[in-house]
Design a protein around this ligand. Structure first.
Ligand SMILES: Cc1cc2nc3c(=O)[nH]c(=O)nc-3n(C[C@H](O)[C@H](O)[C@H](O)COP(=O)(O)OP(=O)(O)OC[C@H]3O[C@@H](n4cnc5c(N)ncnc54)[C@H](O)[C@@H]3O)c2cc1C
Length: 385
């Protein structure tokens, strides 16, 4: 499927409603689902149904179908690409709020180590908690809450902070009983004094054996599509790598692949990662292994701001890499199987938006129109903080 002016043709824009049984969603099969799609997407959708082991029960012109559950999108070029099969049904099986702040899970720290190499800026740690005592489980792309010990400036118990989960549902040791985080210590200067963030410092300092109050899991924005042939573009800065690390382990780690016979990733995964210096690269060794083992499926592009220069001679930020590869990114986005994930500090969003706008323009598309439609189709996923 291409986003092109050809997709605007009246004949391609006619809508059809497909009733499908037995589609796979988050590892389980749904009973019956209705998909309303333009004619131009028929072939790709039939292929997807076939690949997911679904059964096509009927195809009806949308205007004759009784109350289709999905509103028919307007026949624009962008809609033609994004009307693809939204999969809200998959969200039903995702665990949320198993533990709430009033009654949190108390986990034990199993490990806490620095992810940075010598000469890096700041402090970023990988911290793993034991979950074996309770019922706290999660899927890739979710977050958990941490309630740091102690009280705030008003003498009230500290409030929870959210952290993206950096491990897969199976945990780093593949025993389904741990969760890991990637935490950067927040530090800033105020009135000549260095202020340490409460929870990030609590976590970076924590020792194995310590008990920690955990809530959640939460979040459905960053879930991976169950399709093994999906294309996944990941835009991460700093600790925004956390969910991507989980996705990439699920896709490429040999132990994970052995654990997940129903998810043998065969699509394209492209990580575009922004950090200030080479020693700040996170999980680098794992990613290099994936490049060696899965050269046809994994691509890895770095923006190292204080070492590399952008075409204007300034620092190379993630948005410069997005601009550099805009044409390829958009060619991938034209495929309804492509999902884009963005995670990291909130400040990354305007730069990426600008780069995407320019890349869209070069293809005769309008990013301001296309982005909400990609979002609606659950193909544009953003979690910034
Ligand atoms: C969905 C989600 C996922 C997240 N995932 C991660 C993750 O994977 N890893 C990670 O490290 N963090 C993550 N965070 C951020 C995390 O929740 C905390 O916000 C972060 O760790 C800081 O918390 P803290 O308690 O250390 O800081 P706090 O003690 O709460 O201090 C934060 C406050 O300090 C002030 N402040 C911050 N910077 C400055 C500055 N330069 N000048 C003046 N004041 C300032 C602001 O008022 C800010 O609200 C995530 C956040 C969300 C919402």
């Amino acid at each position: 499927m291409r986003i092109s002016t050809a997709a605007l043709r009246q004949s391609d824009a006619r809508m059809f409603t497909l009733v499908v049984a037995g589609l796979k969603a988050a590892g389980t099969r749904t009973a019956e689902r209705c998909l309303t799609i333009p004619l131009s997407q028929m072939q790709a959708t039939l292929r997807m149904i076939n690949q997911q082991g679904g059964r096509l029960l009927s195809v009806t012109p949308a205007d004759q179908a009784p109350s289709p559950p999905t509103p028919a999108p307007a026949p624009t070029a962008a809609n033609a690409a994004t009307a693809a099969v939204t999969t809200s049904a998959k969200h039903e099986t995702v665990p949320v709020n198993l533990y709430r702040p009033k009654d949190p899970y108390v986990g034990t720290v199993l490990g806490n180590y620095s992810l940075l190499a010598d000469g890096a800026i700041g402090r970023v740690n990988h911290i793993t908690f034991d979950l074996s005592e309770g019922n706290l489980h999660y899927v890739e792309g979710q977050s958990i809450g941490i309630i740091p010990d102690g009280v705030d400036s008003n003498g009230k118990p500290n409030k929870l902070r959210l952290y993206s989960i950096a491990s897969t549902r199976h945990g780093d040791n593949l025993e389904d009983k741990t969760v890991s985080l990637c935490v950067r210590q927040l530090q800033y200067e105020k009135d000549g004094e260095t202020i340490n963030g409460v929870c990030s410092t609590f976590l970076c300092d924590i020792e194995p054996g310590a008990k920690v109050k955990i809530t959640g899991p939460v979040g459905k924005e960053m879930l991976l599509p169950p399709d093994e042939e999906a294309n996944v573009i990941m835009l991460a800065t700093g600790t925004g790598i956390a969910p991507m690390r989980a996705y990439l382990r699920r896709m490429f780690d040999p132990g994970e692949r052995a654990k997940n016979p129903g998810y043998q990733f065969r699509g394209k995964a492209w990580l575009i990662m922004g950090v200030p210096t080479t020693p700040n690269l996170l999980y680098e060794e794992d990613f290099q292994n994936y490049l060696t083992e899965f050269p046809d499926n994994f691509r890895y592009t770095k923006a190292i701001s204080r070492e590399q220069k952008n075409p204007s001679g300034g620092r190379m930020y993630i948005q410069d890499r997005v601009a550099e590869h805009g044409d390829e990114i958009f060619t991938m986005i034209e495929d309804p199987k492509t999902h884009v994930y963005m995670c990291g500090l909130r400040g990354m969003e305007p730069g990426i938006d600008e780069a995407m706008s320019k890349a869209a323009e070069a293809k005769g598309l309008n990013w301001a129109e296309l982005r909400p439609q990609l979002k609606k189709a659950e193909r544009w996923h953003v979690e910034t903080y």
